[in-house]
Design a protein around this ligand. Structure first.
Ligand code: FAD
Ligand code: EPU
Length: 342
């Protein structure tokens, strides 16, 4: 267990924001978490941090950052079912890699998503046709409302697109310490997502295994998303908007090439990146006092810290984008990242 005062968080967020926290405390077990939560200076105001790949530190945080480092990767089988239990601090991509190497099916489409296993259910991570809700069996953690460890089933988590109970009712009061996934040794390939279909058409083969999907997803992602080790970013900064069918039709009459995906019979999801690009922000750069922030030149949904940007500069650019997109398209973008210290 580690507790430090006035700690710098630059290495603990993929946007690379140079921010500080009053307290920084790391825990490697549920017992250590309880010891930390017993300390008044931590319990009073804290924020749980995994790998910091979906967080924007805005100013100095005057509370405690609780860093989840609980390890653990353990699989048990029942017939073709595999229950894979991961410690909350286990790196998500490493779990995917090991699972694929073991010939388990279920999370190969979620390769190369940065972050910890404990954070994965929070926004119901998703990519290339799969969301964690498709495989999550249960999530265990400490509920500060009941002061107990509880295990939530998949249904309890109330998953939605980039949403779950951990972002609503249990926001800020449930620390996920462990998740269990239900995977399978039965071959089940999900390659219907258009970018995957295009990839396999181009290479001229069909995917035969979880490994093939894993390799394809990694290749596609590397071709368009910046690597946070090279350019600070938090992946998609905004969620893709879900519109009523009527509102989407108004936009489609104006922009015939607007991609759109039916969510249900009355709702349609459209790419925020299309709106941001159309609003003229793709590749945009904003400078202030020798610092620089921008919009990635290959993916308009990704804001990038290109030179010592402050959290406030990132937020200002996000607000500028939101205002312009709203003015032009009547669509209010919602942030995907968690803003801390604002
Ligand atoms: P953090 O950023 O540390 O925290 C995120 C939120 O979860 C915070 O509100 C935090 O308080 C909360 N939280 C973290 N851990 C816990 C816990 N143990 N208990 C309770 N609350 C917790 N996301 C996708 O869905 N799909 C993608 O394809 C995708 N691609 C990405 C690509 C890049 C290059 C980057 C940088 C990010 C991408 N993301 C994607 C976003 C991000 O990787 C995920 O949201 C990831 O799950 C965040 O994990 P983390 O450990 O870094 O969480
Ligand atoms: N597009 C543009 N301009 C761009 C980029 C994309 O117009 O600069 C349009 C294209 O028409 C493209 C469409 O947007 O077909 C969708 O783009 P892409 O396939 O890159 O996906 P996305 O909608 O931008 C979402 C997730 C990603 C996830 C990918 C793959 C959200 C908010 N983002 O991105 O998740 O990896 O699909 O499934 O849902 C994340 O959440 O951090 C994240 C990276």
């Amino acid at each position: 267990m580690l507790v430090s005062e006035n700690f710098n968080l630059k290495k603990y967020n993929t946007l690379g924001i140079d921010a500080t926290t009053r307290w920084f405390a790391a825990f490697e077990s549920e017992e250590e978490l309880l010891v930390l939560l017993d300390k008044p200076e931590i319990r009073e105001k804290f924020h749980v941090l995994g790998e910091g790949s979906n967080v924007l530190f805005c100013n100095a945080f005057d509370g405690a950052i609780l860093h989840n480092r609980i390890p653990g990767f353990a699989a048990t089988s029942e017939g073709s079912n595999v229950f894979l239990t991961l410690g909350g601090g286990y790196k998500w991509h490493s779990a995917v890699e090991r699972s694929v190497a073991s010939n388990y099916y279920g999370i190969e489409n979620l390769a190369l998503i940065p972050g910890s296993a404990g954070a994965a259910p929070v926004q119901n991570i998703g990519a290339y046709g799969v969301e964690i809700k498709d495989v999550l069996y249960s999530a265990r953690g400490f509920n500060l409302k009941t002061a107990k460890f509880e295990t939530l089933s998949n249904a309890d988590c109330r998953f939605g697109y980039r949403d779950s109970i951990f972002k609503t009712e249990l926001r800020g009061c449930f620390v996920i310490t462990q998740i269990t996934l239900l995977l399978s040794t039965e071959k089940k390939i999900r390659a219907d997502y258009s970018a995957l279909q295009n990839y396999f058409e181009k290479v001229g083969t069909l995917p035969q295994s979880a490994q093939d999907i894993f390799d394809a997803v990694c290749a596609i992602r590397r071709s368009k998303l910046p690597d946070p080790r090279e350019i600070g970013n938090a992946g998609s900064f905004f969620k893709n908007p879900v519109l009523s069918r009527e509102q989407a039709e108004v936009l489609l009459n104006q922009f015939a090439d607007l991609p759109n995906y039916a969510v249900d019979s009355t709702h349609v999801k459209i790419p925020a990146a299309y709106l941001i690009e159309r609003a003229g922000f793709k590749g945009a750069v904003r400078e202030k006092n020798g610092r620089r922030v921008g919009v990635h030149a290959r993916q308009a949904l990704v804001l990038v810290n290109t030179l010592n940007a402050t959290g406030e500069m990132v937020l200002e650019l996000a607000e500028e984008i939101r205002a312009k997109v709203h003015e032009l398209f009547g669509v209010l973008l919602e942030m995907e990242v968690s803003v801390v210290g604002y």
